[in-house]
Design a protein around this ligand. Structure first.
Ligand SMILES: [Cu+2]
Length: 158
């Protein structure tokens, strides 16, 4: 009987120790970083967390900016992506694909766009259908010929 008691005590003690462990990966990283790690597991390129309106460097030849045509809300929104070449001119040389979903209920609204279409000005336009309120994640993958050169993640709340 005593043996069992001490075994249980030891197990509880160990569980408490593990939970409080300061080096534990789970507690060290903020939520956004955890999401990024999940995305990373599916891509060979290290994903970058993106911010609307900011210039994001892809490589020596390309950079891009993104913004929503209007403040995203329930229903259809349009994400605009403008790729710039080394001279700062709009470029439509890259292929961009996208996936989007709700991280809190992964798989339920998972949507894939294999090739984002461009308008006449060479700006990429991604229609995103936010069918629920809550947390959303959009993953953009940029390809030069057939090689992935950049993966970006957008996290937003609807
Ligand atoms: Cu949902």
């Amino acid at each position: 009987m005593n043996k069992i008691f001490y075994t249980v005590l030891l197990a509880v003690g160990f569980a408490t120790y593990v939970h409080a462990c300061p080096t534990c990966e789970k507690h060290k990283h903020p939520a956004a970083q955890q999401k990024i790690t999940e995305v990373h597991a599916k891509n060979s390129v290290q994903p970058t967390l993106l911010k609307e309106g900011q210039k994001i460097i892809i490589n020596d030849s390309y950079s891009f900016k993104y913004n929503f045509a209007e403040k995203p809300k329930m229903g259809q929104s349009v994400l605009k992506i403008q790729v710039l070449d080394a001279n700062g001119k709009t470029s439509s040389n890259l292929k961009i694909s996208a996936t989007y979903d709700m991280p809190s209920m992964r798989g339920h609204h998972a949507t894939k766009v294999d090739l984002i279409q461009k308008n006449k000005k060479g700006v990429y336009l991604l229609p995103v259908n936010f069918v629920m309120q809550g947390d959303w994640e959009i993953v953009l993958t940029f390809k030069d010929t057939d090689k992935n050169i950049f993966v970006g993640v957008i996290n937003l709340e609807i």
